[in-house]
Design a protein around this ligand. Structure first.
Ligand SMILES: NC(=O)C1=CN([C@@H]2O[C@H](COP(=O)(O)OP(=O)(O)OC[C@H]3O[C@@H](n4cnc5c(N)ncnc54)[C@H](O)[C@@H]3O)[C@@H](O)[C@H]2O)C=CC1
Ligand SMILES: O=C([O-])CC(=O)C(=O)O
Length: 311
């Protein structure tokens, strides 16, 4: 399916930064920003549109509170809802964000029933699963962004420690988007050379810990807002892969149906992204220790899923 029209629901910090990236890079012809707060999406869209003559893009950006505008979107990116505050975990915003995602999915199912859906709102693994369950679409069409960001953070920390170009670093982070995520050292290389060739175990452990708490580190520094630049760039990388049918392998939040021995859960795994969305999951062989860590991550997500089925 060719991507011509993209809607971003939630014109806050992540939504607006994403809109700027998508427009500047002409990743769609038509871009709609939607928000519940009157004027927020309209103002954001106008501001971005007025940068078009300077950045030289033809993407048409509109903002609204009215879901009719999202009709015929090929892709809907959901960045609406509460971000966590310092001292909170991502799961702490689940109760606030769950009804928001249910409402948004009802509108998407009504006005853009053919679209792909990319979840960004936290806790992203749980909400990707909830959105998919709610709409009942093929799992290729409902997926989430987390691992591209976590891997980019890890790559930037590796670059700082090794003093080598990020361009040559390929980092791989699996699992849930939280403290239990799995930065996978065995699958992290610098131009094909294993990371262990360049760094000792102690430095590697430090990078793993910093990656796991990458979002928290920014929130602690900023206090009033969590990260939005690198998250928006990560969303744009996924949109680029879909829009250009690149078949890139990127870590995405995917609905698991037997892969990695898991079912009825969504979490970060390497996935092939192309014009049909999350087209395929790549199953890596894991050591016993990695499998145990993966399982711990699944269990953390299942605890939140159990909470929402009780609610
Ligand atoms: N998956 C990931 O890697 C990342 C996820 N996030 C998550 O993205 C979400 C948004 O973060 P920010 O942009 O920083 O928050 P923000 O507070 O700046 O923006 C959220 C926007 O959502 C809007 N909104 C709330 N309810 C809505 C509804 N029912 N329909 C439409 N719009 C609605 C608000 O009016 C606001 O403009 C948070 O849950 C945050 O934790 C943020 C960074 C990375
Ligand atoms: O830390 C947060 O709450 C936002 C987020 O998911 C991230 O930046 O990784």
């Amino acid at each position: 399916m060719a991507i011509r029209k993209i809607t971003i629901v939630g014109a806050g910090r992540v939504g607006e930064a994403t809109a700027q990236f998508l427009a500047k890079n002409e990743l769609c012809r038509e871009l709609v920003l939607l928000d519940v707060q009157e004027g927020v999406a309209q103002g954001g869209a106008l501001d971005i549109q007025q940068s078009a003559p300077l950045f030289n893009f033809d993407t048409r950006v509109t903002g609204s509170t009215d879901y009719e505008l999202i009709a015929d979107s090929d892709l809907v990116v959901i960045t609406a809802g509460k971000p966590r505050k310092p001292g909170m975990s991502r799961s702490d915003v689940l109760d606030s964000n769950l009804p928001i995602i249910t409402d948004i999915m009802n509108q998407v199912m009504r006005f853009a029933p053919q679209s792909l859906v990319m979840m960004v709102t936290n806790p992203v693994d749980v909400l990707t699963y909830h959105a998919w369950r709610h709409c009942g679409w093929n799992r290729t069409r409902v997926f989430g962004q987390a691992g591209v960001l976590d891997s980019a953070r890890m790559a930037s920390f590796i670059s700082a420690e090794t003093n080598l170009s990020v361009k040559d670093i390929s980092a791989m982070v699996l699992g849930g988007h939280g403290d239990t995520m799995l930065p996978l050292i065995r699958y992290t290389t610098i131009n094909g050379i294993p990371l262990t060739h360049f760094l000792d175990q102690q430095t590697i452990e430090k990078i793993i810990e910093r990656t796991r708490h990458g979002g928290f580190e920014i929130l602690r520094l900023r206090q009033t807002s969590s990260a939005y630049d690198a998250p928006a760039a990560s969303i744009a990388a996924m949109v680029d892969a879909i829009r250009h049918n690149r078949k890139r392998i990127l870590p995405c939040v995917a609905i698991l149906q037997g892969e990695y021995g898991e079912d009825e859960v969504a979490m970060g795994v390497p996935s092939v992204l192309g014009e049909d969305g999350l087209e395929r999951i790549v199953e890596l062989s894991l050591t016993e220790e990695e499998q145990a860590q993966f399982k711990r991550s699944v269990e953390a997500i299942r605890a939140d899923l159990a909470h929402i089925t009780k609610a």
